[in-house]
Write a protein that binds this ligand. Structure first.
Ligand SMILES: O=P(O)(O)OC[C@H]1O[C@](O)(CO)[C@@H](O)[C@@H]1O
Length: 501
C-alpha cells in the first residue's frame, strides 16, 4: 500500500502544467472533472492546476491518512480531538451524527425555539434590540448570519459586540434603548475575559438606565451553564450546548441564537438543513467526487507543492462581506498547527494564511498584487446568480462580470514587452457560484468550508479541533493585568509607555 510519504513524494515529482493548456486541451473533460454541483452550489476548480495525476497522488495520500476512517469517526462521535480527548459533534447540531448528540441537539433547539417564542410573546417586555456579546467563534458566526440574511425585515436590531475596546460596546449602546434590549452572553467556556467584561458593562448600562431586574434581561449561550449561573444568569435563561461542539463550529448550536431570533425559526431550521445536506454529501461521496476533499486537494497542492503561503477569498456579494473574517478563524485556528496528531513535528506547511475581502472593492485595492505581484496566491471567488436588490440589472451584471473576468485574467495574463504592463497569467482561482444566498445555501456553504478544513487536517495528519496556540497570549495578558508575571525589559518599557506604572 502507498504510504503518506510515498504520496507526498508523488506530489513532489508531479509537474504542474500551464492552466491555459489544461483548460484548452479538452474543455469538456476538464469541466467534467473539476466542476461539480452540490446542494445547488456550483464548485468550479477548472482554473486550478489540479489534474488527473495530482488527483491520483492526493487520493493515495487520503487513503494513507485513513480519510475514510477519520471521516467515519467524525460522524460517529469518535475522539477526533485527541489532545482534549473529545469528539467534534457540530454535524450532530444539524441532525447528522450519532443518535445521542443528535438527540441532545434537538432538545437544545427546542429550548432555543421556546425562548424565541417567549421573547416574541412579550415575556421580557417589548424587546426590539438584541445585544449579543461574545468573541471569536461566539461572535463571528452569528454576526455573519445576521449580516448576510437579515438585510430585509430583520425582526430585531442585532448588535454583535466582541471587542473589549469600550468603543465597540459604546457604539451598540448608542443605537439601543435599554428598556427594549435583551442581552445574550455567548461564551462556550464562560470564562473569556473580554466577554465577561463587556457583559458586566452591559449589566451596568441597564442598571444605570433604571431597568428593574437588569439581570433578568440576560440570557446565556454556553457549554458551561454552571459558570453562567455563578455569574448571575438564571438557569431558565441559559441555553447550554455540548462541550463537543467547538467554538468556531458553534453557530449551529445556541450560539446561533441571534440568527434564530432575528431571522425567525424557519430560517434557522433551513440553515441547519442546508448544512445537513452538505454533511450527507461529505459523509457519503467517495474519492474525488467528494467536493470538500477535492477542495482540500487544491489547498494541499498550493500550500505543499507550489509553496503558496496564503489563500485569498473574495465574496462578490455585499451580503457575504463578513465571510472572509469568518473563514480566517475557521481555517487558521483549526489548521494553524505545527505538530501532527501524535505530537511529532509536522514538517510541511499547515494552513495557509486566509485573507480576502469583498468584490468589486478589493479589485481596486489589492488585486494589483494578485495579478502582477511576485507571490502566487490561489484565489477563491464566491458569487451568487441572484442579486439582493431591485436596482437596475447593470449592478448585478457588472458585479458578476467583474468576478468572472478576474479569474479569466489571472489565468490568461497578457504578454507585453513593457514589464510594467506584463501580466504573467497562469494564476489559479476557484469559483463558488450559489443560485441564491438564503439560509439553506449559506448553511451548505459554511458546512462545505468546515468539512474542507477537516479534510485538509486529515491529509496533513493534524488535529483541527484544538487551539492551544491562543492560550499563552491570554495567560500573559492576565499576568500583565494582575502584575503577577515577570516580563522582559523591552515589554516592560512598552508597558510603561502605554499604561504608565
Ligand atoms: O466562546 P468562548 O469560550 O468565550 O471563546 C471564544 C473564542 O476564544 C477562543 O477560545 C480562542 O481564544 C476561540 O476558540 C473561541 O471561539
Amino acid at each position: 500500500m502507498t504510504t503518506a510519504a510515498d504520496a507526498w513524494q508523488a506530489l513532489a515529482d508531479w509537474e504542474p502544467r500551464p492552466l491555459a493548456g489544461l483548460v484548452g486541451a479538452d474543455p469538456e473533460a476538464r469541466l467534467q472533472l473539476l466542476v461539480r454541483s452540490v446542494a445547488d452550489i456550483r464548485f468550479d476548480f477548472a482554473k486550478t492546476h489540479l489534474d488527473e495525476a495530482a488527483i491520483a497522488a492526493l487520493l493515495d495520500l487520503a487513503k494513507a491518512q485513513d480519510f475514510a476512517g477519520r471521516r467515519k469517526a467524525l460522524f460517529s462521535g469518535g475522539i477526533v480531538n485527541p489532545s482534549e480527548g473529545r469528539a467534534a459533534e457540530h454535524s450532530a447540531e444539524r441532525g447528522e451524527g450519532a443518535p445521542d448528540p443528535v438527540h441532545r441537539a434537538q432538545l437544545l433547539h427546542q429550548r432555543m425555539r421556546m425562548l424565541v417564542d417567549a421573547i416574541e410573546a412579550g415575556a421580557f417586555g417589548e424587546i426590539r434590540h438584541l445585544l449579543h456579546i461574545g468573541i471569536g467563534g461566539s461572535a463571528l458566526g452569528p454576526d455573519l448570519l445576521v449580516d448576510a440574511l437579515g438585510r430585509h425585515g430583520s425582526r430585531y436590531d442585532v448588535a454583535v459586540v466582541s471587542n473589549v475596546d469600550g468603543a465597540a460596546l459604546s457604539e451598540a449602546f448608542a443605537g439601543f434603548s435599554p428598556e427594549h434590549t435583551l442581552v445574550a452572553v455567548a461564551s462556550k467556556t464562560f470564562t473569556t475575559t473580554e466577554t465577561l467584561l463587556n457583559a458586566a458593562s452591559a449589566l451596568q448600562w441597564l442598571e444605570e438606565a433604571g431597568i428593574e431586574d437588569a439581570l433578568g434581561r440576560f440570557i446565556a449561550l454556553t457549554a458551561h451553564p454552571d459558570k453562567a449561573m455563578e455569574w448571575g444568569i438564571d438557569e431558565t435563561r441559559i441555553l447550554p450546548f455540548s462541550e463537543t461542539v467547538g467554538g468556531r463550529y458553534s453557530l449551529w448550536s445556541s450560539i446561533g441564537f441571534p440568527a434564530a431570533l432575528a431571522l425567525g425559526w424557519d430560517a434557522f431550521a433551513d440553515l441547519l438543513e442546508g448544512a445537513a445536506e452538505m454533511d450527507r454529501h461529505f459523509r457519503l461521496a467517495e474519492g474525488a467526487d467528494n467536493i470538500c476533499l477535492l477542495a482540500a486537494f487544491v489547498d494541499q497542492l498550493y500550500a505543499n507543492r507550489l509553496g503558496c503561503q496564503t489563500r485569498a477569498v473574495f465574496a462578490y456579494d455585499e451580503r457575504l462581506r463578513l465571510l472572509p473574517a469568518y473563514l480566517q478563524q475557521l481555517e487558521m485556528e483549526s489548521n494553524g498547527k505545527s505538530v501532527t496528531l501524535d505530537g511529532a513535528p509536522l514538517g510541511r506547511a499547515s494552513a495557509p494564511i486566509t485573507w480576502g475581502g469583498v468584490g468589486t472593492d478589493a479589485q481596486h485595492a489589492v488585486f494589483q498584487l494578485l495579478h502582477q505581484g511576485t507571490h502566487l496566491t490561489p484565489v477563491e471567488f464566491i458569487v451568487a446568480r441572484e442579486p439582493d436588490h431591485l436596482l437596475d440589472d447593470a449592478h448585478h451584471e457588472t458585479l458578476v462580470g467583474n468576478c468572472i473576468a478576474q479569474g479569466a485574467a489571472l489565468m490568461a495574463g497578457r504578454a507585453s514587452e513593457d514589464g510594467a504592463r506584463h501580466y504573467p497569467g497562469n494564476r489559479p482561482s476557484t469559483t463558488i457560484l450559489l443560485d441564491q444566498i438564503n439560509p439553506r445555501s449559506l448553511g451548505a456553504l459554511i458546512a462545505f468550508f468546515e468539512h474542507r478544513v477537516f479534510a485538509n487536517a486529515v491529509l496533513l495528519g493534524i488535529n483541527p479541533f484544538d487551539q492551544f496556540g491562543v492560550e499563552l497570549g491570554k495567560e500573559m495578558a492576565k499576568g500583565l493585568a494582575e502584575g503577577s508575571m515577570e516580563f522582559d525589559p523591552a515589554t516592560r518599557a512598552l508597558m510603561l509607555a502605554a499604561l504608565g506604572d
